[in-house]
Structure formats: C-alpha cells, structure tokens
Design a protein around this ligand. Sequence first.
Ligand SMILES: [Zn+2]
Ligand SMILES: [Zn+2]
Length: 371
Amino acid sequence: MKISPKVKLILCIFSIFSSSTSTNAFLHFFPNISSIPPSLLPNTTKSAWNTFTNLSGCHSGQNVAGISKLKSYFRYFGYISNNINTTSKNNFTDEFDDALERAVLNYQKNFNLNTTGELDEETVKQILKPRCGVADIVNGSTTMNSGKVTPPPSNGNTVAHYSFFPGRPRWPSRRRDLTYAFDPRNQLSADVKRVFANAFSRWSEWTPLTFTESGNYFTADMKIGFYAGEHGDGEEFDGVLGTLAHAFAPPRGLLHLDSDETWIVGEISGSGTGAEMDLESVAVHEIGHLLGLGHSSVENAIMFPTIASGMRKVELDRDDVEGIQELYGSNPGNNGTTGPSFGEREVSRGCRDSFMGWILLLAVGLTLFVL
Ligand SMILES: [Zn+2]
Ligand SMILES: [Zn+2]
C-alpha cells in the first residue's frame, strides 16, 4: 500500500504527540518522602549506572566486561571525544585504554578527587551519583578544574570555577524580563509550578533579570517539561536516577526533566529509599544553564553537576553569583551581602587570610631578628 506524503506527515505528527503524551501519563510528584505509597517506591538498583560498581578497582591495561558502557558514559559527558577509538556510535571495546585513563583523570580533577587515573572506590562512588545531563566538557573545552592550566589549591577555598557554554551565549541586553511556560501536556499542579517560581527567584535575586510565568507555551522564552526516555531532542532520559534533567544554553530556552524520577515538591527531609530528588534543587541548577552557565567544580555551587538523593541545595553559592553576574551584572536592588552560604565562605576565607597575616608577621619578625 502506498501512503501519500500528506498522510505520512499526519501519521508522523500523531505518533510524536501520542508517544509524548503516553510517556507523560504518570508523573511522580510527592509533597514529602513519607507520602510515597510503598507500591510506588522506586527501585534504586534499576539505575542505569549501577553496573559501574563492578568496575571498582579497574585500571589501565585491564580488559573487563562493562568498560565499554563506562566509555559511553564518559563520552556523553564530554570526557571522551566523539571520534576516538570508535567507528560507530556504540563500538567501544572493554579495554581500559589511554583514552579512558585520560577521561578518568580529567573527571577526577573536575570532581576534586585524587588524580589516580584508576577507578578507585571514591571515583566510582562519584560516577554513580545522579546528575545533570549537560556535559562537563563541551567541544573539548571546559573551565572546570580539568581545563585550568594551574591545579586548584588543595585547601578547598577555590573560587571562580564557574563556566560558560562555548562562545558565552547569554540573553541579549535588551531582554531582561524573560518569560517561562510549562508544557501543557504535563498538566502540572500549582504546587509544582510554585517550585519553579521559587527556583527562578534564586537567580533574579542576584541579577537584573526578572522571570514571569506565561500561559502561552509556544511564545515563552523558556519552556519547561517532564519527559521519559527519548523525547525529540536526541538527549534521551534513562529512567530512575542516572541523568535527572538537562537544559539548553540561551536563547534556546528548553528545560527538560526526567519524568521517571521521584520528585519531592515539599519537605525533602526524612529517611527515604535513596531515589527521591528535590525538585527545586534540580530546577535551580537547570535554570543556571538556561541563563548561560556551565558546570562548576565547586562542590557547594548550584552548578556542581551531581546532587545526592534526598539532598536540598537551593541557595546560590558565591561561585554561582560571580558567574551569573559576569554575564548580566548585579541586581540594582540587592546590595550583595545576603545569602547563607556566603557567610560561611566568608568565614573560611577570613580564617585563611588571618592565618596568612600571622605567617607574614612572623616572617617580618624573624627577618628583623636576623638583621
Ligand atoms: Zn548541569
Ligand atoms: Zn530534552
């Protein structure tokens, strides 16, 4: 039977729409951990990356089943180039080769781990953590630790690890009042929408930008939606845990979240099953991407790529604020002295400065004594 191009087009549009709506049929939002019915508790061992635990202890020169999958992981996040050691997309070998060793080393630098080049326990633990689907290294370049010429100090007081997308895309200067809208097919509740309003306000607090919800999904600057698996942009979601969400640099304005996750929209505290994710924490991070920020190696920063299950991290760190203000400037209504994580960091920096002051004084004293 021959199908006319017109009918084909209609069928195509229908299939895209029906597959998207079927994947959106069940969204997992809960006000808190104890409100999750036992029958709906996620199976954390189903995480796409759980098999990586078997690779603990692997090092260069070994050939171990599962290494090819780890290479795909590192390629996805930018640590292995798209055209290295493989002729087709999924043709990696199970050999722990030089390319993988380089990838592990750069990964360890970016995540402040010991740079052993081996899959030690700490490295595997970090690899298993749920994370953002945006790559750490884009087109071979990054300003996370691995892209820096000098190694970061080991005292944990490093700043300015924020990064931008290649070419530093940002919303143009005439666009300071931006709109966002939700995919109407998700039919999100007011509670879920409020989480995003709060997440946007974390960024408007420090910048001249304002964010307003729009009822028109098609004309809004930023479009937010929950999807499962492949959803039309080539960045497939992977079910429970693994990648949680991703967002595109300006001016594309797309923020997608994995609808297979167990999203908590209220209080995150309490003992869970290890798969509950705080929606606002992930939303604040992804909005950072929508505005032009890449990943940061500062663990306290919102733009750090991983977040543990059950963790709430919604306050911008100094690193995030410095990054976003480099793109847009500061909020004329905020004098820049508030923010809890700022206070803590000031204290740690203050201690270090006074310690250096004492060292200097001692050195001057000794010099005078010798003279
Ligand atoms: Zn990210
Ligand atoms: Zn997507």
